[in-house]
Design a protein around this ligand. Structure first.
Ligand SMILES: *Cc1c(COP(=O)(O)O)cnc(C)c1O
Length: 388
């Protein structure tokens, strides 16, 4: 940013908040270990700095969705265990082995491809087996999981590093289905034990919601994503276990900032932006903000009544969000000028707009708001508000 010609819009990511959130989640889940989920470029926060900060806060392993995401972490020099949350394609197993990533497997074909890659590389590789206990996204059913575990244990080139499952409704703490899923997972574990098979390196089931709201899901390790970034998984998940851990609240790590790029004074009755859907009730200062849906501001934020912060006050989005810019009604005689700081997500003065607020306005989850913040927006990584 030093040269000054770049756009004045960026996401500031407080790595101290990430480390603190990791410490909090580790304390909540203790004695379980913490696996930091940094898929989708660390939920839009920057995978490598986030992973580093989470490890500094006490995480002992990482998880990503894609082989490519694991490669990015390895190339940055991170040498902790990295779990792939879905079974890699057969063609990718050579790279998985070369990069020492831990694949999840749940098909015979996937297991065979992994064995071949391990034999070709003359390496012994850790693998985790995933049970589909009811989410029905990926995983092996009960019998298939048993067979795969047996084959893993019989394969000298493989190390049985883990057995895991994923919860579908952990963020709705009253739903009894989480208990059913955990019971199915425990049934598999005990049947493997009864069959004389060795215990896996680790057993896990919990995402952030499980770690916070379902103590019995914590097992050996919890896989936390959204909580590391400072958000509760849903409004239904009580922060009480976090408060009880005594290390403070989760802190949102990301602040989205820009500057007013243009200001017009418009009369009552004027209409703004595409579709001319916003009508000025009175004369007002209309500020132009140089970020749009190509940066990840939802186009529907206007219809949802979206607000952002200028001059320490909430201001209404005035008209349809466009690709690169949006408009804001600052009211009459606002004093708002070109160059003033704008906070889209985060705090300014005493006001705060959170990713959760945007999510509620447009009918989605904070996860989607965060990971849709696009690559066009630079990320600045800071410690507690001071730039690195
Ligand atoms: C994304 C993901 C997680 C993390 O979930 P959060 O709700 O963000 O904590 C954990 N496990 C799996 C399998 C996932 O896909």
């Amino acid at each position: 940013m030093a040269d000054g010609w770049q756009r004045r819009a960026w996401a500031e990511v407080d790595l101290d908040a990430i480390s603190s959130n990791a410490r909090v989640m580790k304390a909540v889940a203790s004695p379980a270990e913490l696996c930091a989920v940094v898929k989708a470029d660390g939920y839009g926060h920057g995978a490598v700095p986030v992973a580093t900060a989470a490890l500094a806060g006490g995480a002992s392993s990482l998880a990503v969705a894609l082989v490519e995401e694991g490669v990015v972490l390895r190339e940055a020099g991170l040498d902790v265990p990295i779990l792939l949350l879905s079974e890699p394609a057969g063609e990718a197993m050579g790279e998985v082995v070369a990069r020492d990533l831990i694949p999840t497997v749940y098909t015979k074909a996937g297991l065979e491809a992994l064995r071949k890659a391990a034999i070709a590389a003359s390496r012994r590789i850790g693998v985790e087996v995933k049970l589909d206990s009811g989410m029905h996204r990926v995983g092996a059913d009960f019998e298939q999981a048993r067979r795969i575990v047996e084959q893993v244990v019989e394969s000298p080139e493989l190390c049985y590093a883990g057995l895991w499952t994923h919860l579908a409704v952990a963020d709705e703490p009253d739903d009894p289905f989480t208990g059913e899923q955990l019971a199915r997972f425990e049934a598999l574990r005990s049947s493997l034990e009864a069959a004389g098979l060795p215990a896996p390196g680790r057993l896990h089931a919990a995402n952030s919601a499980g770690a916070i709201a379902h103590a019995s899901s914590r097992l050996d390790v919890v896989r936390c994503g959204i909580s590391l970034y400072g958000y509760l998984p849903s409004a239904a998940v009580s922060p009480a276990p976090i408060e009880a851990a005594g290390l403070g609240a989760l802190r949102p790590a990301l602040t989205w900032k820009t500057q007013v790029s243009h200001v017009r004074i418009l009369s009552a009755g004027e209409r703004t932006s595409y579709g001319r859907a916003y009508v000025l009730a009175e004369r007002a200062d209309i500020a132009t903000v140089p970020v749009g849906y190509a940066d990840g501001v939802p186009r529907s934020l206007f219809e949802g009544g979206g607000e952002l912060l200028i001059g320490g006050r909430r201001r209404q989005v005035a008209g349809t969000v466009t690709m690169d810019q949006l408009l804001v009604d600052c009211g009459p005689d606002s004093g708002v000028r070109c160059g003033d700081e704008v906070v889209l997500i985060g705090s300014q003065g005493d006001e705060t707009v959170s990713a959760q607020e945007w999510a509620d306005r447009i009918g989605t989850v904070s996860y989607e708001i965060l990971c849709r913040i696009g690559p066009r927006l630079p990320r600045r990584h800071v410690h507690g508000g001071g730039q690195l």
